[in-house]
Design a protein around this ligand. Sequence first.
Ligand code: OSB
Ligand code: MG
Length: 370
Amino acid sequence: MIRLERLSLFLVELPLVSPFATSFGEERAKQALLVALTADGVMGWGECVAGSGPWYSWETVETARYVISEHIRPLLSGHKAFEHPCDLGRVLAPIRGHAMAKAAVEAALWDIYARLQRKPLYQLLGGVREAVPAGVSVGIQPDIPTLLATVESFLSEGYPRVKLKIKPGWDVEPVRAVRERFPDLLLSVDANGAYTLEDRSTLRELDRYGLLMLEQPLHFEDLLEHAELGRELSTPICLDESITSARRAREALALGACRIINVKQGRVGGVSEALAIHALALERKTPLWCGGMLETGIGRALNVHLATLPGFTLPHDLSATKRYFREDIADPPFELRDGHIPVPQRPGLGVEINWDRLLRSCTWSRTWKL
Ligand code: OSB
Ligand code: MG
């Protein structure tokens, strides 16, 4: 039994080593809300994937801070003891939506659960690998020569798969240039919902470059138009933003809206919901991979553990720590080994908070007794 004693929130800001540009904007720093839960003297950590503004999702660090402080905290106070992290879903059920806020709390509970059993988290999740295939997500670049140089340098580090962010006006040209220069590269693209069915001729042109997948080409809430587009393309469509729960994943597969799913535990409301999507994907033989949200070492560790499950069969958006930050708030940093990220083997998430760096990058924090 896990008996919760305290809840802490930390808002941190870490500079990114290089700006990250997508179809919805550019980020120069990573803002993250971290959750710490204490139980039986053990501290467990979770990272909320909500961003500084409502661009990728309607949730933000501020909405998550509000929902956790004002709505999740009282529910935790009223139900302090947990048999298993999967029990949290029922306790938080009165709160509709706010998947990222809920997921961050659930993540901290998983960390405690595994630490109390002195086991690395992936073993308790049913993971089957000790290293997961890495991948790198390359933001929109100022020009093609810069893009080629960026891709080249990631390949020299050993990344086995490259994903290019695209948007109208930055699509066919960059994809053609990268494909001509690197004919055998595992290459995919991610539009973050920047296109409509009126752009189908552009999207059809992308079909000629042997892409692994086309990620979230259309509106973040859409399933029907993705199904229609999918019938016109040979490149598989992968959904990211549109898959907000296992229920949505079931609908998407029933409609034929995607052939691949990008799993982000934060976007779907937590690890238990991600496990439900995993079970569905195994049953439906739908390949999964683990997406990323430029997480700090806390969130990245959770993603690495989740990516060890048998249904996660494609390279992930999991890169080495130094691709994101000069100094992370958790140790040790993640490194690339033969194109893979080794899975932490110590108990729980298997990374430890570096309190010096956490407090240096912290802009706000608060602790409550539960
Ligand atoms: O759409 O996958 C995305 C980062 C922030 C928000 C959305 C996305 C991304 C990435 C980065 O592509 C993946 C990573 O963490 O390396
Ligand atoms: Mg994406």
